[in-house]
Design a protein around this ligand. Structure first.
Ligand SMILES: O=P(O)(O)OC[C@H]1O[C@H](OP(=O)(O)OP(=O)(O)O)[C@H](O)[C@@H]1O
Ligand code: HPA
Length: 188
């Protein structure tokens, strides 16, 4: 992309945020995160779990959550995507399957958002197929959609409305994963 195109993209991306609706501010997200950390600790703190964040959306949630978990754990990650830069999900693309052995482990999958739930359901099934002893799921945002999901997350930070949301690891057209709050795209 040349300099002019990049500059236009920067301006468009700034405009997208300026027009968006703030749903959950930084303080609200932090409180939700701390509540989740306490619940995860109570459930899994004694089982030396293997944490598997789903890149790239889980990067902010995971980076903020990990220092709040003061118990022994192992860390690996998977990379699965089905939205890319689009607003609607398509086929799965696995860029990285779990590398550490999940066999016999209590696994906790972490993701930024449970939308239709297909991503989390597929990863959980894969982890169980690999012989995990148990598999819990944690999502920072759970979208309140108007249809049943294949899976209910064990740990949820915030319920978000049925709109396209971004920030806190979630992208809008590839941008704004770096925001410390959750916004909804204008008109979506
Ligand atoms: O519940 P679902 O409808 O399956 O959607 C949720 C998934 O979609 C997003 O990933 P995406 O495919 O956009 O990849 P990314 O994490 O790289 O943005 C998000 O990070 C979740 O993994
Ligand atoms: O609403 C969303 N925002 C960002 N990424 C997503 N992936 C699935 N749904 C969403």
């Amino acid at each position: 992309m040349n300099h002019t195109d990049l500059n236009q993209k920067r301006l468009d991306t700034e405009a997208m945020l300026a027009e968006a609706d703030l749903l959950f501010d930084q303080a609200t997200c932090q409180t939700a995160l701390e509540t989740m950390a306490a619940a995860i600790t109570a459930e899994l703190g004694g089982s030396y779990p293997l944490l598997l964040p789903v890149m790239g959306g889980a990067v902010v949630f995971t980076g903020k959550l990990l220092p709040l978990l003061r118990f022994p754990l192992d860390f690996d990650y998977v990379h699965v995507s089905r939205y890319g830069d689009k607003l609607e999900g398509g086929n799965f693309h696995w860029s990285r399957a779990p590398q550490s052995s999940v066999e016999g482990r209590d696994v906790l999958i972490l993701d930024d958002i449970l939308d239709e739930g297909h991503t989390m359901a597929a990863i959980k099934q894969h982890v169980l197929d690999l012989g995990a002893k148990s598999c819990h799921t944690a999502v920072f945002a759970n979208k309140l959609i108007n249809k049943p999901k294949p899976l209910v997350a064990d740990f949820v930070g915030l319920d978000v409305p049925n709109r396209y949301v971004f920030g806190y690891g979630m992208d809008a057209a590839g941008a704004w994963r770096n925001l410390d709050a959750i916004y909804a795209l204008a008109g979506h």
